[in-house]
Design a protein around this ligand. Structure first.
Ligand code: ATP
Length: 255
């Protein structure tokens, strides 16, 4: 299996004032393979979001390297990096970041229309299919202010998928949702992953992590433990058992 995204000895430092430097990521090594479903856990401030943003090239790094599909992104021009982000990656955030003056379907279509020469009709058809897949097709023409949190998150997933990304990054994608909506969104992400898209998400929630194949645990800017759960198989496993395994692992490792 080839790594679709890989960090080698990744360091991220930021200057706080003139004198103080904060070392956020401290020599992180992580290879995510094509088709994997990975979650990143760890206490608040351990560097999870920073890892996600540096892996996706949304944030720069101080030293080390990040490669996406074998291509090191460190030396790329912003324009080239933006193109890679647009065509290779989808992003789902906790605070969904949809544009308030656009309808649900226009929000979903937006990243595809940014590309020059996009076929608006084809993009519209594809957006409709995605809305259908996520069960919110009836909201297509509604203002996003009329949608619930779970519905907005579904729209966010549709938007993340519109350019057929090879990889989806999620920063607490279920963090703002009630448990029923969170479970539905996770089922959707698992389904997308089964169809071949790599998914990497940050979560505080053991129930969310239990649905992923591999859990990476961060502490103070380092990856200190990993757990290979294997793919969730609804015929063989119950999510409750997997969640208990995750909780046990967290406790055993003093996490
Ligand atoms: N641009 C920045 N400038 C200053 N400090 C930063 C910056 N980005 C992150 N930090 C700090 O780096 C640390 C790691 O932040 P990060 O958001 O990656 O952690 P996290 O594990 O995702 O936390 P949480 O679970 O609370 O979201 C925190 O102490 C944060 O305040």
């Amino acid at each position: 299996m080839q790594a679709i995204v890989e960090a080698k000895n990744l360091n991220k430092k930021v200057l706080l004032g003139k004198q103080n430097e904060l070392h956020i990521l401290k020599g992180v090594n992580l290879a995510v393979e094509e088709g994997e479903f990975v979650s990143v856990m760890g206490p608040s401030g351990s560097g999870k979001s920073t890892l996600l943003y540096t892996l996706s090239g949304m944030d720069g790094i101080s030293s080390g390297s990040v490669t996406i599909q074998g291509r090191e992104i460190g030396g790329l021009k912003e324009e080239d990096l933006a193109k890679i982000r647009l065509t290779t990656m989808g992003f789902i955030f906790q605070d969904i970041n949809l544009l308030k003056n656009l309808s649900v379907i226009d929000n979903v279509m937006f990243p595809a229309l940014v590309a020059k020469g996009a076929d608006t009709h084809a993009v519209h058809e594809k957006a409709k299919k995605l809305l259908q897949m996520t069960g919110i097709e009836s909201l297509a023409d509604n203002a996003i202010t009329q949608a619930s949190g779970g519905q907005l998150q579904r729209a966010g997933i549709c938007r993340a998928l519109i350019n057929d990304p090879a990889i989806i990054f999620g920063d607490e994608p279920t963090g703002a949702l009630d448990s029923k909506s969170a479970a539905e969104i996770m089922a959707l992400l698992a389904d997308i992953n089964q169809k071949g898209t790599t998914v990497v998400l940050v979560t505080h929630d053991a129930k969310v992590a239990a649905k992923t194949e591999r859990i990476v645990y961060m502490l103070d800017g380092r990856i200190v433990a990993q757990k290979h759960m294997g793919p969730f198989d609804a015929h063989r496993d119950t999510i409750k058992e997997r969640e208990e395994q995750v909780m046990k692992w967290l406790v055993e490792n003093g996490m």
